[in-house]
Design a protein around this ligand. Structure first.
Ligand SMILES: CC(=O)N[C@H]1[C@H]([C@H](O)[C@H](O)CO)O[C@](O)(C(=O)O)C[C@@H]1O
Length: 314
């Protein structure tokens, strides 16, 4: 694979699977199947499992298998692109999850760097090399979230990923103008995935290929229309982004900043505000969930601030 060809066509608006959790803390697989079908009908660019919002860090191996088989089966039947998250803080479990994802033939597999003791760059390279071999030709996306034990700079990411040709994309948090300049300098050969609410900025900067997106949590179909708009009218998309960011800053981020809720709790709140499918706000023990009543209150605010995300499909 040459530097020019590594940028994989995988791009655009990716909707995350959020786990419907029943009162007894079990996963409601009937609701999960319905959720997948709704996302397929929303005609998003793709669906992915087991990001942070999909609570990959809090499920059994049997549950992991059942989620991935359900996603793969329904997406393949509908011709919908899908990505599997094999992410797990423990490298041995992560490698085993990846091996079980390979036969399901996802478009790509997401992994994180092992996340208990932080890896050196050389250890990260060794990890990605073994993972690449096990992936058997399926492209990899490295997920380096802002809350990782080690958040790598664009320069370090380039050093780590360059020698592993299977790594075609990186999902990360973006930053200021200096970060964008560094990303342009070091990471142009990779497909970069930025936070959903910064996608127009990332695309306008020529840096982002897409997002595994919190905006899709709020409205899968609205996020898709907004993403499509970026290709035809970036100025209009940027102006919508300003209002999305204002909504997040004023009404969603305070749950984390002031009350300590997790990112997954925020993403589930967004889905409950959007009210598009059978996803409640409940997270699995021991994580705290945001009371669903907040979604009822914030729905009107979201519709007033960003009506474009809730407009019926044209
Ligand atoms: C703000 C935002 O878009 N958050 C999204 C993040 C970011 O894309 C990622 O952390 C890179 O910053 O990915 C997820 O957590 C995920 O993996 O489940 C979904 C979540 O909605």
């Amino acid at each position: 694979m040459t530097l020019q060809t590594r940028r994989h066509p995988i791009a655009g608006n990716w909707a995350t699977l959020l786990l419907p959790i029943a009162d007894d803390d079990s996963i409601d697989f009937t609701a999960l199947a319905r959720e997948i079908d709704i996302l397929i009908d929303a005609r998003v660019d793709g669906i992915y499992s087991n990001g942070t919002a999909g609570e990959f860090h809090n499920q059994t191996e049997a549950e992991y298998d059942r989620i991935q088989e359900m996603l793969a089966g329904r997406c393949q039947a509908a011709g919908m692109a899908f990505v599997i998250g094999a992410c797990q803080p423990d490298p041995v479990i992560m490698l085993a999850r990846l091996r079980r994802a390979v036969p399901l033939k996802p478009l790509a597999i997401q992994v994180i760097l092992p996340d208990w003791w932080p890896l050196t760059n050389q250890e990260a390279i060794d990890f990605l090399k073994r993972v690449s071999e096990a992936a058997d030709g399926i492209p990899l996306i490295l997920y380096n979230p802002p809350h990782a034990k080690r958040v790598l700079s664009p320069r370090d990411l380039s050093e780590v990923c360059r020698s592993c040709p299977s790594v075609v994309g990186i999902k990360l948090a973006d930053g200021d103008a200096e970060w964008y300049a560094e990303a342009r300098a070091h990471l142009s050969e990779f497909s970069l995935f930025v936070p959903g609410h910064h996608l127009a900025t990332g695309m306008n900067a020529g840096v982002a290929a897409g997002a595994f997106s919190n905006v899709a949590c709020l409205s899968p179909q609205g996020a898709q229309a907004w993403t499509d708009m970026m290709r035809t009218d970036i100025e209009a998309a940027l102006s919508i982004e300003k209002r999305i960011c204002a909504f997040m800053d004023d009404h969603v981020v305070p749950f984390r900043r002031d009350h300590g809720f997790s990112n997954a709790a925020l993403d589930k709140l967004l889905a409950a505000i959007g009210n598009w499918g059978p996803v409640g706000t409940r997270l699995r023990w021991p994580y705290r969930s945001i009371d669903g009543q907040n979604a009822e209150t914030l729905r009107e605010t979201a519709h007033a601030m960003i009506p474009e995300l809730f407009a019926p499909r044209r």
